[in-house]
Ligand binder design. Structure first.
Ligand SMILES: NC(=O)c1ccc[n+]([C@@H]2O[C@H](COP(=O)([O-])OP(=O)(O)OC[C@H]3O[C@@H](n4cnc5c(N)ncnc54)[C@H](OP(=O)(O)O)[C@@H]3O)[C@@H](O)[C@H]2O)c1
Length: 352
């Protein structure tokens, strides 16, 4: 098999394609022959050496990657409900940037109908993240006003679509003019182009009494204002900190990180109580063992795809050997939808 290996943290040159033996197949494991791999911003953070759960679960060297699509190559003794050749998607707690993965059965799901392997590989992480944020944490009511930052990216696109199908009024924020059209197409009621519009005064026009939920993975750049723009009973969901990180240069500035860490707001429990606001945070990579939660979320998401209520985001593909190019592009902050890697032997044309 082939896989991308990072031996120590750093820039794009740390992503090295290597040959390796396929990992041992345990009795409850599934060996997936990978046709496509989803690229997530978190993979870049892993490469930079700043992803805490990667350090805790794997250390160095590490193969990044949270999600793949492909076909079952082999199953362990105790796996009776999958056959070699079945098209599947799988979530991987790291290790996904590879031509083959071996994962526990509970991390493997039927491939959503009608998706290509590339669309399917791009599906699990961002949709599970968005589902957890909005369905599990926020539990919105019909008509709730929600604001989604980075709304044309991977998680942002999924949040806009799921918020819409739950009946929310969605205000999408994007960082560049070329992202506006996609945010509208995903179903946003209003789109704020932060490169042109004044973000918060415009956001206030769309929700004069504040937002019932705001989804923020920017970190220091917007957290304070996101909190201030919550309505009474509003919830701020924090799930990333990308504004602390470099845009396309590959290596973080330690001074900037330290400065941004110091500037990151610490919220007051007294203020939270008196203003009836809540702050929630999560990192899915620590929830892989919550099997029931994972399965329920994926079952619902796959149903929404089957019903045509959830559509795959636009995809741009790169060969696995060009993982560095994909990560560099993602870190420029200019991409829309999802980026995908394709291992050399994969049959990319097939779909169900
Ligand atoms: N907590 C969890 O379990 C979890 C799971 C998955 C992802 N995440 C987080 O969710 C966020 C989105 O992930 P994604 O994979 O879907 O990425 P993405 O949204 O496709 O790309 C990142 C977007 O963030 C914005 N951005 C702001 N500052 C940036 C910077 N310094 N470098 C790059 N982009 C920057 C850009 O959009 P605009 O300019 O339009 O704002 C960019 O397009 C990331 O912070 C990721 O770590 C968290």
């Amino acid at each position: 098999m082939q896989k991308i290996v990072i031996h120590r943290p750093g820039g794009y040159d740390r992503l090295v394609l290597e040959r390796a033996a396929v990992p041992h197949l345990g009795p409850t494991d599934v060996h997936v022959s990978v046709a496509a791999i989803g690229v997530n911003y978190a993979d870049c953070v892993v490469r930079m050496g700043l992803y805490q759960s990667a350090r805790e679960y794997v250390g160095w060297p590490i193969t990044p990657g949270f999600e793949v699509a492909g076909t079952v190559a082999k199953v362990g003794h105790d796996v009776t409900d999958l056959q070699p050749g079945d098209p599947v998607i799988a979530v991987t707690r790291f290790g996904g940037y590879a031509s083959d993965v071996v994962v526990p059965r509970r991390q493997v799901f039927e491939m959503p109908r009608g998706l290509t392997f590339e669309q399917a590989a791009a599906f699990p992480s961002v949709h599970l993240t968005a589902y957890h944020a909005i369905v599990e944490l926020v539990r919105p009511r019909i008509g709730d006003r929600v604001l989604v930052h980075s709304a044309a990216g991977g998680v942002g696109s999924a949040l806009v679509q799921i918020a819409r199908l739950l009946g929310c009024h969605v205000v999408a924020v994007v960082g560049a003019g070329h992202k506006v059209e996609l945010a509208h197409a995903l179903g946003a009621h209003a789109v704020i182009d932060a490169s042109r519009d004044r973000l918060w005064p415009t956001a206030e026009l769309h929700a004069p009494v504040g937002y019932d939920a705001i989804f923020d993975a920017n970190g220091v750049k917007t957290l304070r204002q996101s909190y201030r723009h919550l309505a009474p009973t509003g919830r701020l969901v924090i799930y990333g900190f990308h504004s602390m990180l470099p845009r396309g240069t590959g290596r973080p500035s330690w001074w900037r990180l330290a400065w941004d860490w110091l500037r990151t707001p610490r919220f007051s429990p007294f203020d939270l109580t008196n203003k009836n606001r809540s702050i929630m945070g999560f990192n899915l990579s620590y929830l892989f063992d919550h099997t029931r939660r994972l399965t329920d979320a994926m079952d619902q998401l796959i149903r929404w795809v089957a019903d045509g209520r959830l559509r795959p985001p636009p995809i741009r593909s790169f060969p696995l050997a060009e993982a560095a190019r994909a990560q560099q592009l993602l870190e420029t902050g200019t991409t829309v939808g999802k980026l995908v890697l394709v291992p050399p032997t994969a049959d990319r044309t097939e779909s169900r």
